[in-house]
Ligand binder design. Structure first.
Ligand SMILES: NC(=O)c1ccc[n+]([C@@H]2O[C@H](COP(=O)([O-])OP(=O)(O)OC[C@H]3O[C@@H](n4cnc5c(N)ncnc54)[C@H](OP(=O)(O)O)[C@@H]3O)[C@@H](O)[C@H]2O)c1
Length: 247
């Protein structure tokens, strides 16, 4: 009998936005499962911390690469140097996290949030020719794609667009599988701007959820790993959100 999942041993895995948070947790998990991993991000600061985290986790097959997801030539050079990519992930933020009442936000602020969609589109366009026919592409949307709250119109519009792009790419790029993970509120650098108030504010944000705590990046990474390993999953969205969609 065949197993339902494939091991990642010896596979080539690329994680754009792999130097912090969800992407870094995914890069580390893939390495621990035997993959050779390229993890990319822009800042040296994130990269230094990520290198230390990978070392501490004994994720010895992660190579960190300085790269902007909007730099298509840079991505093409990376992908060409790898040759065949088995699993291509982007968890890069790529755009502004615009949180504003709709009628107060400027068109520029609204458009800036779509940097995330354009970044993912560039990863898919540049990366697809390098992805193995039995490989996968996976992106990260977010609960606001289908859970609507005030001040989140930009996040909701972008998240919905990412999820729809994933479904259309799953059809067009078949047999390559294309999927998306939708996290809820996850403990990453995304909330560092809250400073000393972070714990209290996050507790308030998650109090009404079915799982009353912030999520861990590793919990989202396990969904990204599942979508790499399960050869029958395509065009699908995996929610890892503590039940936020039902709260
Ligand atoms: N944390 C949450 O609660 C939450 C909830 C819903 C959705 N999400 C989504 O999950 C994804 C990962 O976020 P996270 O929470 O893990 O945030 P994070 O800890 O800030 O990590 C973001 C990663 O993306 C990289 N990045 C950002 N812009 C980039 C660009 N233009 N080119 C290349 N790399 C770039 C960052 O490195 P550099 O800045 O150094 O480039 C970093 O490695 C994002 O798409 C986010 O919208 C997160």
């Amino acid at each position: 009998m065949q197993t339902a999942v494939s091991a990642l041993s010896g596979k080539n895995v690329v994680v754009i936005g792999g130097t912090s948070g969800i992407g870094l947790a995914t890069a580390i998990a893939a390495s621990q499962l035997g993959a050779k991993v390229w993890a990319a991000g822009r800042s040296a600061e994130h990269m230094d911390k990520a290198r230390a985290a990978a070392k501490a986790a004994e994720a010895n097959t992660v190579q960190f690469v300085q790269l902007d997801t909007h730099d298509e030539a840079g991505m093409k050079a990376l992908f060409s140097s790898i040759g065949t990519i088995d699993h291509l992930v982007s968890a890069a933020t790529g755009g502004t996290r615009t949180l504003k009442p709709f009628i107060e936000q400027t068109q520029e602020q609204f458009e800036a949030a779509f940097g995330k969609l354009w970044g993912y589109a560039k990863v898919a366009r540049t990366g697809a020719p390098f992805v193995a026919r039995d490989g996968s592409i996976t992106f990260v949307s977010g609960a606001p794609a289908r859970r609507f709250k005030p001040n989140m119109s930009a996040l909701s519009a972008v998240g919905g667009a990412v999820e729809n792009m994933v479904r259309s790419l799953a059809v067009e790029l078949s047999p390559v599988r294309v999927n998306v993970v939708a996290p809820g509120i996850i403990d990453t650098a995304l909330f560092d701007w809250m400073g000393a108030e972070k714990n209290d504010r996050v507790a308030a944000m998650t109090a009404g959820q079915l799982v009353r705590r912030i999520g861990r990046p590793e919990e989202v990474a396990s969904a990204l790993i599942y979508l790499m390993q399960n050869g029958y999953a395509t065009g699908t969205t995996v929610d890892v959100d503590g039940g936020q969609l039902l709260s």
